[in-house]
Design a protein around this ligand. Structure first.
Ligand SMILES: [Ca+2]
Ligand SMILES: [Ca+2]
Length: 438
């Protein structure tokens, strides 16, 4: 029974995660060509992981020729560091300039009926769904148990008030105690729930994520500063050049006044049914779920923000991770519009500073283990001015063999000139000589 429960949990989490993350990955530039029977891939060496030592620990590193940088440990759970002056002001301005020339798109729009269809094909009975949601197994659904399933909102952020409004609109909680008994849940028609969600136009402030973004190419032929930043990230992370060079391009994000990104983790769950977006060309096609596999996040602050816009890590260095104390019936610490001030750790944007952290725990064998729940983070409400940041995600497949196969296949394509023909980066190459006024 426990097994069935876990299995259904996985299916639900996977299904909802995949649908939730799809919008974000539409620009993923993964090569389209499929592997053609490559030979056995070599085993990859252990992944480098910097040591945190203790909070506040500082070390000097040489990342560029003309100056020293200092890496400071901000937390051990997650393993999180800060480096002031990682980018020069000129580099920050150039990145913003390139992003503006290319044009930014809204980071999130509400997905369509696809999601409802997927829910419909899930073959999970209402009773099973109830059991999945009832985390403390008391036979009743508390508000926080519904809030914990952000993905039920299908891109819309759910607050305790939203859920109570929904209950009263679809008459799900006739006794009005804010808790759904099994009887109340069984009497509820899930189609009413979907209909209600559909009928309510969500303002951008009601979405999980309220920002605009674009992707900038950092491969061969990119602007020399984009190349230099990639090389600097390589020296910082001490990972292999293959891993860093084959990672996602730079994502540049603009949050206007009123912008936010509620707390989330950057990587998807590690299940046997999951494949990584970056290695899918060498993955088994029959695996149904795709997710982002981001070993590290390197986040750059590109400007000083007039008001708000901190990066919050709500549970950093908590003694234990407990989802149900993170999400209470009245206060949801993941809500970055309302509760950033209650988070354990906040980083104030400072132009040129980089913060970086590991999204996975080590597996004890030099590779990727489980997703680190403590890596939960979000972008606090920008109360005044505009906030510009950029993300370099370092992609590693939790399957060591698949990462090796992927690197081998990409090396083969590069030898054959196959990776040079990716048309989506032509625009970025055209901007390779762009300059900004000093
Ligand atoms: Ca319960
Ligand atoms: Ca009730």
């Amino acid at each position: 029974m426990v097994f069935v429960h876990l299995y259904l949990g996985n299916v639900l989490a996977l299904l909802l995660f995949v649908h939730y993350s799809n919008g974000d990955e539409s620009s993923d530039p993964g090569p389209q060509r499929r592997a053609q029977g490559p030979g056995p891939a070599p085993t990859l060496g252990p992944l480098t992981r910097l040591e945190g030592i203790k909070v506040g620990h500082e070390r000097k590193v040489q990342l560029v020729a003309d100056r020293d940088h200092f890496i400071r440990t901000l937390s051990l759970k997650p393993l999180l560091f800060e480096i002031p002056g990682f980018l020069s002001d000129e580099e920050c301005r150039l990145i913003i300039h390139l992003a503006q020339m290319k044009g930014l798109q809204r980071s999130q729009i509400l997905p369509t009926e696809e999601y409802e269809e997927a829910m419909g094909t899930m073959q999970v009975s209402q009773l099973d769904l109830f059991r999945l949601l009832d985390q403390n197994r008391d036979g009743r659904l508390q508000l926080r148990e519904v809030l914990a399933q952000t993905r039920l909102g299908n891109g819309r952020w759910m607050t305790p008030e939203n859920i109570q409004e929904m209950y009263s609109a679809i008459k799900a909680d006739p006794d009005g105690d804010g808790v759904l008994s099994l009887q109340e849940f069984s009497d509820m028609d899930l189609r009413d729930f979907h209909k209600y969600m559909r009928s309510h136009e969500a303002a951008s402030s009601e979405l999980v994520r309220n920002s605009h973004h674009t992707w900038l190419y950092q491969g061969e032929g990119a602007h020399h500063i984009m190349r230099a930043i990639r090389q600097r990230v390589l020296r910082l992370t001490r990972l292999s050049p293959e891993i860093v060079e084959l990672s996602e391009p730079l994502q540049v994000v603009r949050y206007g006044e009123g912008g936010h990104y509620h707390a989330h983790v950057d990587s998807g769950p590690v299940y046997p049914e999951t494949i990584c977006s970056h290695t899918k060309l060498v993955a088994n096609e029959s695996v149904p779920f795709e997710t982002s596999c981001r070993y590290m996040t390197v986040l750059f602050y590109l400007n000083n923000v007039t008001g708000g816009g901190e990066t919050v890590f709500p549970v950093a260095d908590n003694r234990t991770y407990d989802e149900m104390s993170l999400i209470q019936d009245d206060v949801d610490l993941r809500d970055t519009r309302r509760h950033c001030d209650k988070g354990n750790l906040r980083v104030k944007p400072q132009q040129g500073t980089a913060v970086f952290w590991y999204n996975y725990l080590p597996d004890g064998q030099g590779w990727v283990g489980d997703v680190d729940d403590y890596s939960l983070h979000g972008g606090c409400l920008v109360t005044s001015g505009t906030k510009w940041i950029a993300n370099n995600w370092i992609n590693v497949d939790p399957s060591r063999a698949r990462q090796a196969l992927f690197q081998q296949e990409m090396a083969r394509l590069a030898r054959e000139g196959g990776t040079d023909s990716q048309p989506e980066w032509a625009l970025d190459r055209a901007y390779r000589d762009a300059r900004v006024e000093l």
